[in-house]
Design a protein around this ligand. Structure first.
Ligand SMILES: [Fe+2]
Ligand SMILES: [Fe+2]
Length: 187
């Protein structure tokens, strides 16, 4: 898959989770807000990790000064989101500042994702061939599988390994399971 398309799909998934979160917030449904918050944080962690691991290093020096600056700013915008997530993790969904902090986080992410799509992606599309964007997609997907796997518990990994018919799964450590699952998913 085209790497830019993969990143855009991630953005859309997060946008739709934000819509659900805002609905839960309007309904003052704390338990739904809390569930959605966990899901949102997981998506954001995996997405920012794969961008920082694969996408940003590839584009940082590929174009002009403009793209380099934009990429540098993007790392910092991810960092702001990290700090906000860390603060929100300390709060319960009933806390009066929870909703306010989540609102700021969502606005930040929406702004960041729009800038990537409207300013960064068009430049990247001009700089790289379709073949390069397809292999970017493969690398992003492999990185995503690895990060998804490392966020799973040992029990979840064993279950996934069973579904994939991975031999020797019961004697593997958590890291070995995650690596083997990622390796097979990538091939
Ligand atoms: Fe980003
Ligand atoms: Fe992004």
């Amino acid at each position: 898959m085209d790497g830019l398309e993969l990143l855009r799909q991630d953005h859309d998934k997060v946008r739709s989770l934000f819509t659900s979160f805002r609905e839960a917030a309007d309904a003052e449904d704390s338990s739904r807000m809390s569930d959605l918050c966990s899901e949102i944080f997981h998506e954001l962690e995996v997405h920012t990790a794969i961008e920082e691991e694969v996408f940003y290093p590839m584009i940082h020096d590929a174009g002009g000064e403009d793209l380099t600056e934009h990429t540098d700013e993007s790392y910092e915008e991810h960092h702001v989101v990290d700090v906000l997530m860390e603060e929100i993790r300390q709060l319960s969904a009933d806390d009066p500042t929870f909703k306010a902090k989540m609102t700021v986080l969502m606005e930040n992410v929406e702004h960041h994702a729009s800038e990537e799509e409207d300013e960064m992606f068009p430049q990247v599309r001009e700089l790289f061939s379709q073949d390069q964007l397809e292999s970017l997609g493969e690398e992003l997907m492999a990185s995503k599988t690895r990060h998804e796997a490392s966020a799973m518990t040992k029990e979840e990994l064993v279950e996934q390994a069973r579904e994939m018919d991975i031999e020797g799964r019961s004697n593997m450590t958590k890291d070995e399971l995650a690596e083997e699952i990622a390796r097979r998913s990538g091939s």
